[in-house]
Design a protein around this ligand. Sequence first.
Ligand code: 45D
Length: 153
Amino acid sequence: AVPELVQSFNQLKAEDQLALLWFTYTEMGLTIIPAAMEVVPMVFAEKILTQIKQMSPLEQTQVMCDLVNHTDTPLCQTYSSSFSTNVKLGFWYQLSEWMQQNIVAPIPKGYKLSRQASVWLKDIRPLEGGQQLTILQDIVANMGYASADGTPK
Ligand code: 45D
């Protein structure tokens, strides 16, 4: 089920992908992630995270859309080439935390997932934590911009 769910996620439109990351984050064990994050070398992402923090809300949203869309930007290249998978996950986790604190532009109040996105979320809910983690790792590993022909890594 894991490869299929990664594939179906990647086929969703960018808006659905971003919204789903957010909803997955809000549903996850928010007690275990902060502890787990302590072993992730987030120093590799600090420069970019600080950059994003200083952007306007619109630019912040744009950066996240670029990552999901595999747009060729310096930031997307750094994400792809310099972050390990767990740093990528930690990067998204940090952005979520900041969205919750309004340091990064949040999701509009009352935002409703599309039908397809809701189905995806329903499908991953019953999986065990390890499988959910694998899915998230596969998803974030592929984001960003990795090669000259635009094919994600
Ligand atoms: O206006 O054991 C929309 C590790 C459209 C370590 C939007 C770990 C409308 C090992 C697109 C909605 C750390 C890896 C706007 C464990 C609209 C270990 C914008 C686990 C504005 C357990 C949407 C770590 C936006 C885990 C901007 C599990 C959405 C980490 C942004 C999980 C969404 C992290 C974001 C997750 C989502 C992070 C930033 C799930 C981030 C999700």
